[in-house]
Design a protein around this ligand. Structure first.
Ligand code: ADP
Length: 166
């Protein structure tokens, strides 16, 4: 039986922190599905298509390096349902600080109450990317700042292109 993981998030946009989690989680699985949440009512800075494209640009290299099949999918339903649809028994999340911890523990408990067969696995943020948050990248991008210290090179270039073209 193949081991499948589901890593859900907004990825608005994908950062070096997310990439670090994907690189570290991938070797544990035969297949890792990155779930891009596209829930109604939550207005992202980057469109669903952009968030998926930013991720897809990074995943080929990680897939080759780890031998894990990595896919990106959008989802607008409950995380546990999206995980089950992906065939995953594991949800992957990252922990940066106590804010993440408190929120993530509640979410893992809620998900487990709804679907006890799906287990949440936490990765402690790596020290060199622990400060990185999509929220700050969005703020920097919105006022035309340089995002290269926080997101993959290709993503920083695409962000700059998007903002310069209005
Ligand atoms: P959400 O809107 O679901 O919080 P995010 O895209 O902000 O989605 O984050 C997805 C997951 O990645 C969360 O578990 C978050 O804690 C984790 N994460 C985000 N940034 C980092 C980082 N710099 N280091 C480690 N984990 C991170």
């Amino acid at each position: 039986m193949s081991r499948i993981g589901f890593y859900p998030g907004s990825f608005d946009p994908v950062t070096l922190g997310h990439i670090d989690i994907i690189q570290r989680a991938a070797p544990l699985f035969d297949r890792l599905v990155i779930g891009v949440g596209v829930h109604h009512g939550k207005e992202p800075l980057f469109s669903d298509e952009e968030r998926v494209a930013f991720l897809e640009a990074e995943l080929g290299a990680i897939s080759s390096a780890t031998g894990t099949d990595i896919a990106v999918k959008t989802f607008d339903n409950l995380t546990v349902d999206a995980a089950k649809e992906a065939g995953a028994r594991f949800i992957v999340r990252g922990l940066r600080d106590t804010d993440d911890f408190n929120y993530e523990m509640q979410m893992a408990g809620t998900n487990s109450a709804m679907e006890p067969t799906v287990e949440t696995l936490f990765f402690a943020a790596s020290p060199d990317v622990r400060h990185i948050a999509s929220k700050f990248v969005r703020q920097i991008a919105a006022i035309g700042g340089d995002t290269t210290a926080f997101v993959p090179e290709d993503v920083a270039r695409r962000i700059a292109e998007k903002l310069s073209s209005g």
